[in-house]
Design a protein around this ligand. Structure first.
Ligand code: HEM
Length: 69
C-alpha cells in the first residue's frame, strides 16, 4: 500500500506477495518476518486463508489486471 509506514524489516525485505508468501505471513508473520510490527495472528485454517487470498485478489485487481494506483 502506497504511503503506509511499513516496518524497517518489511520495507527492507523486497518481499513479493505471492499466494505462498501471503499464506506463510498469515500462519506465522513474526516468524516469517522478524522485526514486523504486526502481532502474531496465526491464521492456519486453509479455507480461511483461501477467503483472505480471494478478498485481497478482489480488492487489488480490476478487469483482471492489478490496480497500481
Ligand atoms: C486478525 C488479523 C490481523 C490483525 C489483528 C492484524 C494487525 C496488524 C497490526 C496491528 C499491524 C501493525 C500496524 C502498525 O503498527 O503499523 C499490522 C501490519 C500488517 N499487517 Fe496485519 N493484521 C491482521 C491480518 C493480516 C493479514 C491477513 C495480512 C496479510 C495477508 C496482514 C498483513 C499486514 C502487513 C503486511 C502489515 C505491515 C507489517 C510491517 O510493516 O511490518 N495482516 N497488522
Amino acid at each position: 500500500m502506497p504511503d503506509y509506514d511499513y516496518s524497517v524489516a518489511l520495507a527492507a525485505s523486497g518481499i513479493v506477495w505471492t499466494p505462498a508468501a501471503l499464506r506463510a505471513w498469515m500462519e506465522d508473520n513474526d516468524g516469517f518476518m522478524p522485526g514486523t510490527r504486526m502481532r502474531h495472528v496465526g491464521i492456519t485454517d486453509r479455507t480461511v486463508q483461501d477467503f483472505i487470498l480471494a478478498y485481497l485478489a478482489h480488492i487489488t485487481t480490476r478487469d483482471g489486471s492489478a490496480i497500481t494506483k
